[in-house]
Design a protein. Sequence first.
Length: 120
Amino acid sequence: MHSNVGRAWTIAELAKTAGMSRSRFARRFVDVVGAAPVEYLLAWRMALAKDALLHSQKPLSQIAADVGYQSPSAFSTAFSGKVGCAPTQYAARSRGETMPGETRAGMQSNLRMRSAQSTG
């Protein structure tokens, strides 16, 4: 998964690579990693996307493709669902910028709430 995060992985492919049945692989993966393979892959993709949004100059379409999404809109939907804001908002807020129509106080409040949710 890590070497080709953009690939459309299936449990069958992962199990075959590990030399196990699909059910055995899925159980073993959860036992070792603590999350189902698909959940882990989504979390890994989002972690890579967050890093790219903060540390690269790549366009959103390229970041989406790099982490396995066929369209920026599909990526934005997945990112928003997992992270709680759109990718462009995440990048702006992480740099301390406000989005149009957003106050700095509102931005800081949103960041504190997300931080408390992720630690609690």
